[in-house]
Design a protein around this ligand. Structure first.
Ligand code: BGC
Length: 465
């Protein structure tokens, strides 16, 4: 017979996996545009301009900013489960809307709709998973979400590749339609999972909350968990306002959260995630379909090294990974820049140099700034304002992401591809200087100790065991 512990562990894993389909959709719907781009610009189809393409790409991010900003309050009022169900419906509608779009402006609107769902999912899925998980496993699950995002990106590349057909300039329609299926899985799956005990107890539905805890938590921890939830809720309601976060003692935490998202985005990760087939095309790979192939490998390497990062984060620590990662990313970015700078002398081998440099870049991003961004914002804020703090962190992420995606092709046209990548490398150098001052070593440190550290007005660098 399976023991109760094992049964509840399996149950939690099943529930978390269903909800994490939301993370997968986040990755899928941000990545799917990459394979569609060259088709959207194909002269045989719509033949849209670079600036229209930037709108189509960036529209998702505008929606995501809206979704992330709205979902905090709504998840408190309606519950986590309902909000994820709403996100699943929006994902499904958005997939059909974008696939069937009759004009560029309607495609942009469809992408904004999908973006709203992404913004909601980026905030509510990790929240749901962390609240439904037994206390012991909560930490690992934060980074699991990043893994699902990278898997979603990879799935979108593979599906783009399978659908791409050079003879059909409207191949992009089916690339978007595919997003309907994971949305349907999320929608149906969410009807079978419970609301989180924390939200239920917060709404005075203690019996219901207790019943769910009985299923997911270890039996001897249930009473303790209920008491802890009640105490947390009491403490949070003391002062959970937006204003609290701007108090002087929390300024460092705020600078860290916004700063790490700034450097995660302004070192150009999503120019590679969204625009890689386009970059490969500039580098001389002619077939629209073949430009997707190296992107698939990039996506797979991204997943693989996110797994490596999960294994290293608690061993090496956050600071060493940040610096190792940033140095590797700068080398990769300089390499991409150099390969375009020496375009004429490299000739046909240009594409190999470009591809190799992009691999160096993505490996170092995946072990460092990718997971670190989302991990650090979940660690630096005291419990009672963690929700508000995290939503400011994710809002900054989407805002910076939007600015970079919206300006990338303009930068390439204004500065040349080499200039654009060197600019991102220069920002990376600034990131080393900033990180040295601001990245705290949170490995093995309790969240209470981090809170006390800020209260005492100490510097991030002084935080250690
Ligand atoms: C970033 C995304 C990025 C993804 C790539 C995430 O941490 O926030 O912007 O697309 O990593 O793996």
């Amino acid at each position: 017979m399976i023991s109760k512990n094992k049964r509840s562990k399996n149950l939690v894993i099943t529930i978390a996996t269903i909800a994490a389909t939301g993370g997968l959709l986040f990755g899928f719907d941000t990545g799917v545009i990459s394979g569609a781009q060259n088709f959207l610009q194909d002269a045989g189809g719509w033949g849209i301009s670079d600036s229209q393409l930037e709108w189509v790409t960036t529209a998702v991010l505008i929606g995501a900013v809206l979704g992330a900003a709205l979902s905090g309050r709504i998840t408190d009022i309606l519950g986590r489960k309902i909000v994820i169900i709403i996100a699943a419906v929006i994902f499904a509608v958005g997939a059909i809307f974008t696939g069937a779009a009759p004009s560029v402006s309607l495609l942009v609107i469809g992408r904004i709709i999908i973006g709203i769902a992404i913004g909601i999912a980026s905030f509510s899925v990790p929240l749901y998973i962390s609240e439904i998980s037994p206390t012991r496993n909560r930490g690992a699950l934060v980074t699991m979400n990043q893994l699902m995002i990278t898997i979603g990106i990879l799935v979108s590349y593979i599906s783009d590749y399978l659908i791409a057909n050079d003879a059909n300039p409207f191949s992009w329609r089916w690339m978007f339609y595919v997003g309907f299926f994971p949305a349907l899985i999320l929608l149906v799956g969410m009807f079978f999972v419970p609301e989180t005990p924390r939200w239920l107890i917060g709404k005075g539905r203690e019996e219901q909350g207790r019943r769910i805890l009985n299923k997911v938590e270890e039996p001897e921890l249930v009473d303790e968990a209920v008491e802890k939830i009640k105490a947390d809720i009491a403490r949070e309601s003391e002062s959970a306002s937006y204003g609290e976060i701007f108090k002087p003692w929390l300024r460092t935490a705020l600078v860290i959260a916004v700063g790490i998202m700034f450097f995660q985005q302004f070192t150009g990760i999503n120019t590679i995630i969204y625009y890689s087939p386009k970059i490969f095309k500039i580098a001389g790979i002619e077939s629209n379909t073949l430009t997707i192939l190296p992107s698939i490998l990039l996506g797979a390497v991204n997943v693989l090294f996110t797994v490596v990062s999960i294994m290293l984060l608690d061993k090496l620590g956050r600071r060493p990974l940040y610096f190792i990662g940033m140095v590797g990313m700068i080398v990769g970015l300089c390499g991409v820049g150099l390969s375009f700078f020496f375009e004429d002398s490299l000739g046909a081998s240009l594409k190999y140099f470009t591809v190799a440099s992009m691999f160096i870049y993505i490996i170092f991003f995946a072990v460092s700034l990718g997971p670190l961004g989302w991990l650090i914002i979940s660690e630096v804020f005291p419990l009672k304002i963690r929700g508000v703090g995290m939503s400011i962190g994710s809002l900054s992420n989407w805002l910076f992401n939007g600015i970079v995606a919206f300006t990338f092709l303009k930068l390439v046209n204004a500065l040349s591809p080499a200039g654009a990548f060197w600019l991102y490398a220069a920002i990376g150098v600034l990131g080393i200087y900033w990180g040295n001052k601001f990245i705290p070593e949170t490995k093995g440190i309790t969240l209470e100790k981090i809170e006390d550290h800020w209260r005492e007005g100490k510097k991030p660098r002084e935080l250690s065991k």
